[in-house]
Design a protein around this ligand. Structure first.
Ligand SMILES: Nc1nc2c(ncn2[C@@H]2O[C@H](COP(=O)(O)OP(=O)(O)OP(=O)(O)O)[C@@H](O)[C@H]2O)c(=O)[nH]1
Length: 378
């Protein structure tokens, strides 16, 4: 009996390790479950909207008029300031330009410039392309010092300008579907968009298609309350495609302009989860062949070059039509926007430079590049 103890302890330890491995692999497979997040306090308000009495009370969140905010109070000046502040970390990488760009376009200067581009996470391919285009301009025009700086700015603007294209909703109910990896900022962006569309006078319904994360529906309802728009939701674990399909039927019946559909976060390399997303698109098309009218891939700028692989695989699975680059305020890797522009040429619809509603800004190429080249202490 006593001799059996070491075996028993060994067996028990083995079982515990095995259980931990199985649990970890399940977590990797399922859309991961981030910690419950707080919904940021809205600094921007939107006129609340009355709930349609015909709506199913069980499936629609009540609209709370207690938190009115006013988008009109955010002036263009403060938007520009927010952009500059939001990009301050990426701007830090470009801040060394002044010291570097003093004279001729020497080999050392080229190396230093390439280093700056890599530091801001343009990646090797985009950095090489930028340097090649810059070299052509410098040699053609015999540029030095500040001339080189201006040429670099022009090259970056050339690359990113084609990505500036706003989404123009067409007639009928426009389905805008949010996709992306866990925690990229889909739900938050959706909430901000709801308020912004509403402020533009559009009627908006939300679809709680993230049926995996229990807190996601609550998070969405809080945004819906704040924006004064209805949300169609089912229980956690429900089929996401069916929730979004029902939401579209409801939104169409009520002549809503925009249906904003949330989806669960998923790693781009998990084929079965990506298939699930393709299913949502297939199912929506049964109701409206043009739906979804917009598939917004939400990318956390902080993931840097991994954003490229996310864009590749989400585009393949669901045909991304626009990009939202979030959390630029928390990273020095904002240069990834240029890498995405060069590689995919997809419209960058919005950028996120903070947690407030007004921190989701329509993408302006000129403003973006200007903000990067502002002196660090501006
Ligand atoms: N600083 C900053 N935080 C942001 C921005 N966008 C989103 N966030 C925060 O990022 C966190 C994750 O956002 P969510 O909207 O919950 O992300 P999600 O993609 O819906 O997450 P899953 O449902 O798990 O896939 C939240 O705390 C947001 O407030 C941004 O532009 N800047």
């Amino acid at each position: 009996m006593e001799q059996g103890w070491p075996y028993a302890v060994g067996l028990l330890a083995g079982a515990v390790v095995l259980a931990l491995i199985v649990r970890a692999s399940k977590k990797m497979d399922a859309p991961s479950e981030p910690a419950l997040k707080t919904v940021p306090a809205a600094k921007v308000a939107v006129a609340p909207k009355a709930v349609d009495a015909s709506a199913d009370p069980a499936s629609e969140a009540p609209v709370d008029a207690a938190d009115p905010v006013d988008l009109a109070t955010v002036s263009p000046v403060s938007l520009g300031e927010r952009l500059k502040t939001g990009l301050s970390r990426t701007r830090g990488a470009f801040a060394g330009l002044g010291a570097v760009l003093q004279g001729d376009f020497t080999d050392e200067l080229e190396e230093e410039l390439e280093e700056i581009l890599l530091t801001s996470d343009l990646g090797m391919q985009a950095s090489t392309e930028v340097m090649a285009r810059l070299r052509v301009r410098v040699e053609r025009d015999g540029l030095k010092g500040d001339g080189i700086r201006d040429a670099l700015k022009a090259v970056l603007l050339d690359i990113i300008a084609p990505c500036e294209a706003a989404f123009e909703p067409g007639p009928g109910t426009n389905v805008v579907m949010m996709v992306g990896i866990n925690g990229a900022g889909k739900t938050t962006t959706l909430g901000k968009l709801a308020a912004q569309h509403k402020a533009c006078g559009r009627s908006v319904t939300l679809a709680a298609g993230d049926t995996f994360r229990a807190a996601a529906v609550e998070q969405l309802k809080a945004w819906a309350d704040r924006a004064g728009v209805p949300v169609i939701a089912q229980d956690t674990g429900a089929d996401s495609a069916s929730v979004i399909f029902d939401a579209l039927a409801s939104a169409r019946a009520k002549d809503q302009d925009i249906l904003l559909a949330d989806t669960a976060g998923r790693l781009q390399n998990k084929d079965h989860l990506m298939d699930e997303l393709s299913k949502v698109v297939r199912v929506l098309k049964k109701q409206d062949a043009n739906a979804p009218h917009e598939v917004l891939l939400v990318l956390d700028a902080g993931t840097g070059q991994n954003a490229i692989s996310q864009a590749e695989l989400f585009t393949r699975a669901v045909g991304v039509t626009g990009i939202v680059l979030t959390k630029l305020d928390g990273t020095a890797k904002g240069g990834v926007a240029f890498a995405i522009a060069l590689k995919f040429g997809l419209p960058i619809r919005y950028i996120g430079v903070g947690e407030g509603i007004e921190d989701l800004q329509a993408f302006s190429a000129q403003a973006f590049v200007d903000a990067l080249f502002e002196p660090a202490n501006a």
